[in-house]
Design a binder for this molecule. Sequence first.
Ligand code: MG
Ligand code: MG
Ligand code: MG
Length: 312
Amino acid sequence: MADKTFVFGHTNPDTDSIASAITMANLQTEMGNYSESFRLGDINKETKYALDTFRVEEPEMLANVDQTSNVIMIDNNEFSQSVSGIENAHIQMVVDHHRLNLHTAEPVYCIAEPVGCTATILYKLYKQDDVEITPKIAGMMLSAILSDTLMFKSPTCTQQDRITAERLAKIAGIDLYDYGYKLLEAGTDISGYTAEEVINIDSKDFQHQDLKITISQINSSNLEDVFKRKAELERAIEDKIARENIDLFVFVVTDILEANSQVIVLGNRTDIFERAFNVKLIGNTTILKGVVSRKKQILPAILEGLNKKIQL
Ligand code: MG
Ligand code: MG
Ligand code: MG
């Protein structure tokens, strides 16, 4: 058998990173490019709910790759969010829906679309290649779309995501909204997690010139429940800031019912956040009305805030 291709999403994997890795590995294998999906971290409770519902096995953990590895990057294209050794690997392909921040020595096959979910792009590739989407795969793809778009409430959601989700729900044989609520609700359960684990469930690092910015996000159906643990969460964030030399740490708790977020912001550059959102933090926190998307609302506002400072 030819060497396998490694397919994986980002570290601190979310449902899209796991489901789309599984989906892409299946498509590639069906097309004669033997591939296996991997995870770059622990499976969160939401993803576990999806895997259990559709009886799909969780991918194995991948610790590092090297110059002999053929890889496909899914749901991200930033080395700072990928596996150790990624700089040396041979990147066969990238399929993603985030900003592009990829620098390679060789040309790379990159499919990037500003849709709400990687699975929405993969659906089109299945159609293009005429490969069957089984109910299990449909269930995983649907889970990824519901998760990434917050059940279509996120500003990242497009008409394509909606239509694709409806089609996938039919193939999977489930009720879209009933399943969607259960899936998102499963992901809000932080009981049993230490504060350190909570801030790492869905944490992403961004390097901007000499600034290190971390934006971590969790979903909640009851903000008060999370903010009961505020002191403990702040200590965990302060520890991580000191350990990893982070300049700005934004912890985002998104209310999945109201589609708002409350944040805890720490670091020596909280001024960047205050300028970006034109807010004054009180007790390190504030509520951001209508803000639910890290990639489309929070990160762009912070980057614009930085540019504003430079122009002054
Ligand atoms: Mg993701
Ligand atoms: Mg995604
Ligand atoms: Mg996400």
